[in-house]
Design a protein around this ligand. Structure first.
Ligand SMILES: Cc1cc2nc3c(=O)[nH]c(=O)nc-3n(C[C@H](O)[C@H](O)[C@H](O)COP(=O)(O)OP(=O)(O)OC[C@H]3O[C@@H](n4cnc5c(N)ncnc54)[C@H](O)[C@@H]3O)c2cc1C
Length: 451
C-alpha cells in the first residue's frame, strides 16, 4: 500500500495551504480532492464557493504580504461596506484594524484563488489528486491511518489533515470514532450549518457600486440570516444570502416585520425567491428586474447559481494525540456572523501542515488559538449577541453606531464587526467575549477525544 507522511482530505483553501506547508518542510504529502465541476473552470476542481470578500486585516491573518495575492485573482478593490437595517443605514470606510493591506479589502474570484493555492502547493512538492474522493478512513495513530478512496484505492498516512469543508462528510465519521457516543451530533449539518444561496446578476451601470460590499440586516428571519451584494468584474455582482437550515416560519413572532416576507408565505421562501424580492424592493420602482438585472449563467456551479452549506457554530479542537488535525470550514472556523472564512482556512491549514511535517502536531490546538483566537472570539461573540435580533434591533443598533461615529467615539472599537454592536450592545458584546475567554469558544475540547 502507498505510504505518505501527510494526507490532506479536501483541496480547498485550507487543504492546499496545509499541503503546501507540509511539503515545504519536506514531508511526503498528498492532497485528495473529490473534484466538483463548475461552469467557469476547465475540468473538476475544489468546491469553490463563489462569494469571496477579503478584508484588509485578513490578509495579515493569512500570513501573506499585501502584494502576495495575484491581481488576476482579485475582482475589485474595496473602499467600504454598507449595512442596511429596515430604516437605518451604516457605512463603514475602515475596518479600524491594524493591517498591512492598503485598502478596505478586495473581492476575488474563488475558483482562481483556489487554483492559485493549488499551484503553490504543487510547486512546493505536494501531490494534488483530483477526481477521486475519500470514501472512508480507518483511524490508527500507531501504525498509520488508512484512507480508502471511492475507486477502492488505499493509502496509509502518518498524519491526517481533515479539510473537507463545513459539510464534514469525512471529518464527522473520523471524529465520531474518537468521541463519546452522541457528541458528534453537535456537528450534524442542519445544526452546525446554515445554507447559502447566490446568483450572478448583471447590474445597470448607474446602480452598480464597484467598491462597496452591501448587507441587509433584519430583512429576513433567522439567526444571522441576511442577503448581500458583492461587486465582481464589469457590472456583474454576486447577489446572495445565508439563512438557517429548515427554519419554521410559525416560530417567528412577527413575520410581518421582515421586509422580504409576504403575508401569504406559509414557509420560508427559497433563496432565489428571497433574492428576487430583494432586487424588486431595492430597484423595482425604476427597473424591470429580469430585464435590467439579467442572470449571468456562464459562472459558478450551474446556470449562474450556487447553494452551499456554511458553518454557523463554534470551532472545535482537534484530536492531535491521534495525529489528526481538522482545519478551515471543517473545524468551524468560518464566521457565523459575516461568513468570512477563507483567511482562517488558509491560516489553520498552514499551521497544521507545518506542524504535521515537523512531527509536532500536538501543538496545533494551542497554536491556532494563539494565532487566530482573537478573530474567532470576536466572530463567535458577535454571532451570539445578535442571535435573537429582530428588525427593530438592527435599526436601533445602526442609529447608535451612526451617533458614535458622528461623535468620533467609534475609534475605540477593535473591529469592523464591533461597529455592528453599537452603544447599547457594547457591554453585552464585551461580556460575551469575556465568557468565551481563553479558548472557551471551542465546542469540542481536545480532552473529550479518546486517548
Ligand atoms: C455563500 C458563502 C459566502 C462566503 N463568503 C465568504 C467571503 O466573502 N469571504 C471569506 O473569507 N469566506 C467566505 N465564505 C467562507 C469560505 O467559503 C469558507 O470559509 C472556505 O471555503 C473554507 O475553506 P475550506 O478549505 O476549509 O473548505 P472548502 O472550501 O469547503 O473546501 C473543502 C473541499 O473538500 C472537498 N471534499 C469534501 N469532501 C471530500 C471527500 N470526501 N474527499 C475529497 N475531497 C472532499 C470539497 O470538494 C472542497 O473542495 C463564504 C461561504 C459561503 C458558503
Amino acid at each position: 500500500m502507498e505510504r505518505v507522511d501527510v494526507a490532506v482530505v479536501g483541496g480547498g483553501p485550507a487543504g492546499t495551504s496545509a499541503g503546501r506547508a507540509a511539503a515545504e518542510e519536506d514531508a511526503d504529502t498528498v492532497i485528495i480532492e473529490k473534484g466538483v465541476p463548475r461552469a467557469d473552470r476547465d475540468g473538476p476542481g475544489p468546491d469553490s464557493t463563489d462569494a469571496a470578500g477579503m478584508l484588509d486585516y485578513w490578509v495579515d491573518l493569512m500570513d501573506m504580504r499585501p502584494d502576495e495575492v495575484p491581481e488576476s485573482v482579485k475582482c475589485r478593490e474595496l473602499n467600504g461596506t454598507t449595512f442596511y437595517g429596515p430604516n437605518e443605514t451604516v457605512t463603514l470606510r475602515s475596518t479600524r484594524m491594524t493591517s498591512s493591506y492598503p485598502n478596505f479589502g478586495f473581492t476575488f474570484n474563488r475558483a482562481r484563488f483556489d487554483d492559485w493555492l493549488r499551484e503553490r502547493a504543487e510547486t512546493a512538492g505536494a501531490d494534488y489528486r483530483v477526481g477521486n474522493g475519500v470514501q472512508s478512513i480507518d483511524v490508527d495513530a500507531k501504525s498509520g491511518h488508512t484512507l480508502t478512496l471511492r475507486d477502492g484505492a488505499t493509502l496509509k498516512a502518518e498524519y491526517l489533515i481533515l479539510a473537507d469543508g463545513p459539510q464534514r462528510t469525512v471529518t464527522n465519521r473520523v471524529l465520531d470514532s474518537l468521541l463519546p457516543d452522541g457528541t458528534i451530533e453537535k456537528l450534524a449539518s442542519p445544526r452546525a450549518n446554515h445554507i447559502a444561496y447566490q446568483e450572478y446578476r448583471e447590474f445597470p451601470d448607474e446602480v452598480f457600486e464597484e467598491d462597496m460590499l452591501k448587507f441587509w440586516w433584519g430583512a429576513m428571519p433567522g439567526h444571522t440570516a441576511y442577503p448581500w451584494v458583492f461587486p465582481n468584474d464589469g457590472t456583474v455582482a454576486r447577489v446572495g444570502l445565508t439563512m438557517p437550515i429548515g427554519l419554521d416560519l410559525s416560530t417567528i413572532e412577527d413575520p410581518t416585520s421582515y421586509a422580504l416576507l409576504q403575508s401569504t408565505d406559509e414557509t420560508v421562501p427559497a433563496g432565489s425567491e428571497y433574492i428576487r424580492r430583494l432586487l424588486e424592493r431595492e430597484y423595482g420602482d425604476e427597473y424591470d428586474i429580469e430585464e435590467a438585472f439579467p442572470l449571468v449563467e456562464d459562472r459558478g456551479k450551474r446556470g449562474g447559481t450556487e447553494t452551499y452549506p456554511i458553518s454557523s457554530t463554534r470551532p472545535i479542537d482537534s484530536p492531535t494525540e491521534a495525529n489528526i488535525a481538522v482545519v478551515g470550514g471543517a473545524m468551524g472556523a468560518t464566521s457565523a456572523f459575516h461568513e468570512g472564512g477563507d483567511h482562517v482556512a488558509v491560516r489553520t491549514g498552514k499551521i497544521a501542515g507545518r506542524l504535521a511535517a515537523l512531527g509536532a502536531l500536538r501543538a496545533y490546538n494551542s497554536e491556532w488559538k494563539h494565532t487566530i483566537g482573537d478573530e474567532i472570539l470576536r466572530n463567535v461573540a458577535l454571532a451570539d449577541v445578535v442571535r435573537d435580533y429582530e428588525p427593530a434591533d438592527w435599526d436601533r443598533t445602526f442609529r447608535n453606531v451612526n451617533k458614535m461615529m458622528r461623535n468620533g467615539g467609534y475609534h475605540t472599537f477593535d473591529a469592523l464587526t464591533s461597529g455592528i454592536s453599537g452603544l447599547g450592545l457594547l457591554g453585552r458584546y464585551e461580556w460575551t467575549k469575556f465568557g468565551y475567554r481563553s479558548g472557551r469558544y471551542v465546542q469540542i475540547q481536545a480532552d473529550q477525544y479518546k486517548q
